[in-house]
Design a protein around this ligand. Structure first.
Ligand SMILES: Nc1ncnc2c1ncn2[C@@H]1O[C@H](COP(=O)(O)OP(=O)(O)OP(=O)(O)O)[C@@H](O)[C@H]1O
Ligand SMILES: [Mg+2]
Length: 594
């Protein structure tokens, strides 16, 4: 028999979409307070928000007449027509947050000297209240009447941690609003109305890996997309990607593509396994963004995604490139001190920032003043150059000039004694190391580095939902004995039943390519070594730089640096990927005396 659901039951089902834990209640109440144009918002969390969450604001308030409507489903003051949905300037738009919360807790709203309570979907009477300015919303006893939902709540401390995260992520988008968070009666943080950089600085400072005042700001303003980046310099980083925040029109969003763009562009400047502190603010015309995808509003559809991807990548690369140029110049300046007494000539070349964004500026943080990064470059005169060559040449005297072109670690050029010259034939990176000119096959070198990185299992991506697949008998037998070889690359397999397996994780570089990996696994039987090689070939092909790829300088230098850290300059198949010409050979080739 088909029955119409009782309205309380129906609204509880709908509420499950909006409210699944205390932090989602907090997010909705903060959204409402910010939408009311408040300049000051305070949030009070008790017992992880399970017992109560109160949010007060000094915004527009709700009139006595509107107060009952605020609890009703699909009642909103924020949109009225379908077209408004495509031009959203508010955080709320569905008119269902308060009704959802009211159906699974005791919700009291006070405003305009009135107070109204809805107890688990049952409306009370309008009474006199004490709040005259703005609004105060109190949610109590979440899921008390719905034990099935309550049992899914975690410990108060974990729910409180989620509430803090939601609060801080919200705060990143609204630096003009003064925000206070109290946890169990104690002030956790007060963020005054401040500049964006100051706000990011205050929030990142709660993370122990962060260094106050290490932020730079990059801006690119172009209709209809403005991009602002507030990020820490590459010497300040984290071991996970939790501090990469993406905001679209001030709203925090989950965007796998944009986090990847940030990671790909920034990682060249960071040590392996490190991730930046990074806030990306995208301001896109509201007509180009659609948030109406998921009740949590964390997902959004951006119509300009690929343009934004490109812009962000270029901004990061330009910044890092200019920065590394300056760092290099800094090194030269240090060498300059080493050669005191020599005529160093005039410093001629001025450093020119390359491009599209305003020059990075540091925060006005007084506690850790940072040295400006722009150091003037200079052109060494011949005398200085000769002296430098002698000193640097001596440092790499251990290089056996007659040796074949495979270098070992002991032979590798020590740090700072190599100079990246450039890329030739879009395939080789040319590096001057003391007495030699080294040609590095970029594809093979990168393949080798990847091989090491992947086997170190530093960047394995667990799959939220295991990938289940069936196999034939021979693959089943092969995997039973040999699934460990795939685990070495971060592909974790478990057998769920006879001839059925589940893939639980993959190397992060292969995200979204699960199908291809499974297809390979289900066809690769036979000898262990070729199965191993085959899987690596698939992984590498998604991540390795190919011969023929044009490399920007920063990526190339990062690659060279990693090459010099290798024990042996051999590709995973055991072939050398470098070729060396000594100074002596070059001199001889043109009939010069060495
Ligand atoms: N703090 C507040 N200050 C002023 N008005 C408020 C406040 N909280 C809620 N309201 C009013 O109550 C209405 C209903 O709020 P509710 O959160 O349920 O829906 P919404 O914000 O319009 O949309 P959404 O469901 O997407 O959040 C709002 O449209 C707004 O008019
Ligand atoms: Mg709302």
């Amino acid at each position: 028999m088909i029955r119409k659901l009782d309205s309380v039951v129906a609204s509880r089902i709908a509420a499950g979409e909006v409210v699944d834990k205390p932090s989602s209640v907090l997010r909705e109440l903060l959204d409402n307070a910010i939408d009311s144009k408040a300049t000051k918002v305070s949030a009070y969390i008790e017992e992880g928000g399970i017992k109560s969450i109160r949010v007060t604001d000094n915004g527009s308030g709700i009139s006595k007449e509107d107060l009952p409507l605020a609890f009703e489903r699909h009642c909103t003051s924020k949109i009225s027509t379908l077209d408004d949905l495509f031009a959203l300037r508010t955080l709320g738009f569905r008119g269902e947050a308060l009704s959802s919360i009211a159906s699974c807790s005791v919700l009291t709203i006070e405003s305009s000297s009135c107070s109204l309570t809805c107890n688990n979907g049952v409306m009370g009477e309008l009474t006199r209240g004490t709040v005259t300015e703005g609004t105060s919303v109190l949610m109590e006893d979440l899921f008390e009447n719905i034990p099935a939902r309550k049992q899914f709540l975690r410990r108060a401390s974990s729910e409180a941690a989620d509430c803090k995260k939601v609060f801080l992520e919200k705060a990143l988008g609204f630096e003009n609003v003064e925000l206070l968070l109290f946890i169990d009666g104690k002030l956790f943080i007060r963020l005054p109305s401040q500049s964006r950089v100051e706000r990011v600085n205050d929030i990142f400072s709660l993370d122990r890996s962060f260094v106050r005042g290490s932020l730079v700001e990059l801006n690119r303003e172009a209709d209809p997309i403005n991009i602002h980046i507030v990020c820490a310099t590459p010497d300040v980083y984290k071991r996970d990607r939790t501090q990469i925040k993406i905001l679209v029109n001030n709203r925090i969003v989950d965007s796998y593509q944009l986090v990847t763009a940030v990671n790909n562009a920034y990682s060249a400047a960071l040590p392996g396994g490190a991730f930046p502190f990074f806030c990306l603010y995208i301001e896109d015309s509201p007509t180009l963004v659609d948030f109406n995808i998921h009740p949590s509003k964390r997902e959004c559809k951006i119509r300009n995604q690929s343009t934004i991807y490109g812009l962000v990548t270029n901004m990061i690369r330009d910044y890092l490139y200019n920065r590394s140029e300056n760092t290099y110049k800094g090194v030269v300046e240090k060498q300059e001190e080493m050669f005191e007494g020599f005529d160093l000539g005039e410093k001629k070349t001025e450093y020119k920032p390359s491009s599209t964004f305003s020059a990075p500026h540091h925060t006005a943080e007084a506690d850790t003043p940072r040295k400006t990064e722009t150091a003037p470059a200079f052109k060494p005169d011949p005398k200085w150059f000769e002296a430098a060559k002698n000193v640097l040449g001596k440092k790499s005297e251990s290089v056996d000039t007659a040796a074949p072109s495979v270098l070992s670690a002991a032979e590798s050029a020590p740090e700072r004694t190599w100079r990246y010259i450039g890329q030739v034939f879009n395939t080789f990176l040319v590096v001057e190391t003391g007495e030699d000119l080294l040609f590095i096959d970029q594809h093979a070198a990168h393949e080798r580095i990847l091989y090491d990185e992947i086997r170190s299992l530093k960047d394995v991506q667990p799959l939220m939902i295991p990938y289940t697949f069936e196999t034939d008998r021979s693959t089943d037998d092969f995997l039973l004995e040999n699934s460990y070889i795939y685990r070495e690359f971060g592909v974790e397999l478990v057998r769920s039943k006879s001839m059925q397996w589940e893939m639980l994780s993959i190397p992060a570089v292969c995200r979204k390519n699960e199908d291809e990996i499974v297809k390979y696994i289900t066809t690769a039987t036979g000898d262990v070594e070729s199965a191993r090689k085959g899987l690596f070939a698939i992984i590498a092909c998604h991540a390795a730089i190919k011969a023929g790829d044009v490399l920007d300088n920063i990526t190339a230098r990062a690659l060279v640096e990693k090459v010099f850290k290798l024990d042996q300059m051999l590709c995973p198949h055991g072939r050398s990927f470098t070729f060396k010409i000594t100074r002596e050979e070059l001199y001889k080739a043109v009939g010069r005396i060495v």
